[in-house]
Design a protein around this ligand. Sequence first.
Ligand SMILES: [Zn+2]
Length: 295
Amino acid sequence: MTLAAHHLAAGTAAVLVALWLLRSRWTYAYPRAALILWQISSLTMIVAAVGALLGFGLAPYGRGLLPALLELPLHATELDIWHFAAVTLGLALGGWLVVNQLLCLRSTARARARHRLLLQLVARPDTGALVVDHPVAVAYCLPGRTPRIVVSAGARRLLTDAELAAVLAHERAHARERHHLVVAPFQALRRLLPNSALLTRVCATIELLVEMCADDKAARQQGREPLASALERFHANGSGGTPAGALAVADAPVQARIRRLRQPEPSGFPVAWPVACALTVTALATSVSLFAVPL
Ligand SMILES: [Zn+2]
């Protein structure tokens, strides 16, 4: 039971940090720092939830989780119904989450592969991007081992040279910083629970923070105003649909990003961030190590 209590404490710490992140505005000024906390706290919540269920269920064995799990096939009949149900639920939850992530990764990889093939047929390379001859204004990054930056003829007509350079810098930032790997676990969770309003809100937050990271990188290279006006033009023009598995320049709430680029709110780095980071890292390390500790 001590193991389950430790996991519950670690999970509670992670939940508190996630709630703080959801309510904070400093995250718009420091999206990268916020994403680090989101990733650690989310992983902690998942490991702790599985660990708490297994910790409770395997408590009668009086051993660490992994040694007890290895014993389970031989001594499962020694558990009462509640402990057995907790073990079953813990294993099912862990397996379900892993399988769902793998299935989502596979379907996304297939969609991207299909799209890469299509681009080979219809796109032509120009000024560091693949240009698709289509009137709708779109620009996006198709991630992968060799990422593709795609821009439509409509977008090239819509934007000035400076705006186009800013948009391409934004897409290159997505590709270079592997942002698709940041959003993928959260999108997989949302696919698992599509009706969860909280999960939808968390996913939207993560996607917005990722866009802001790419905005910051592009703004440092090309200036804030060209990117802001490019976003404004995309928004006014109505951006086209983004292919599955791609990251588009104008997907996330555009007004918030334009406002942030033009009128950045002066915000000092939150003094609580190192504390929250240390708390979540400790919680995650505790939860992971409890799987191996032979208590
Ligand atoms: Zn983007």
